[in-house]
Design a protein around this ligand. Sequence first.
Ligand SMILES: O=C(CO)COP(=O)(O)O
Length: 257
Amino acid sequence: MTQKPLMAANWKMHLSIREAVNFVARLHEAVGTPDDREVLIAPPFTHLWALREAMGAAGYSLAAQNCHWEEKGAFTGEISLPMLQEVGCTYVILGHSERRHIFGESDEWVGLKTAAAFAHGMSPILCVGEKLEEREAGRTEAVLLRQLETGLARVPSERIEKLVVAYEPVWAIGTGKTASPEQAQEAHAFIRGWLAERFQKEIAKNIRILYGGSVKPDNVDALMAQPDIDGALVGGASLDVASFGRIVRFQKMGETN
Ligand SMILES: O=C(CO)COP(=O)(O)O
């Protein structure tokens, strides 16, 4: 892996603008600008403009939590990729399980959004992951395969290193039940193997695959020690400066405080 690990906060529908601006200042006081890992925050849309400057000054990356695939048009309630770029986003989270399962977003839509993100030079963070009943029925790999195939169906191979994949088992999101480092590693290795076949082995090695699902200060080190885990996508624990700060400063194997 030549890219830095990506430690990402998905704030979902939390925090006021004032709290968000304050959070970035306090996070910067706590962790500074690490040079060996990338820090990313995905706030609600309404907070992006206000965060832009502080995020840029801190050297952190800004992401949106969703987008529409068209550039403009009669799509009430939607936000386009050029609009996100105008407010400083370089990443966009796509196909999060809450969008798929609460808002009925289809694999096909996720595929259109991923292709549009590439067309605009943005990095999509494509979320994939199985539900509990799918895992218990032994269908984890089949679900990942379907989500990867449809999510990346229209993506040009030349720009693929901009892709980030987030493995987020639905049963681990917001439940306090983390996948064990071994379970996560198994899924990540499967995803990387698929990427190597679909694109190129050398390129697949450098695509960051994040783990998401109840990442906390006390489990991040063990997760990040796995060879195919290149970062974390953090929900609940990213809303607190101390806990997200500790996650950003995960300890590499063999390092002590
Ligand atoms: O959905 C998630 C990140 O996108 C994970 O959420 P939690 O960290 O709250 O489980």
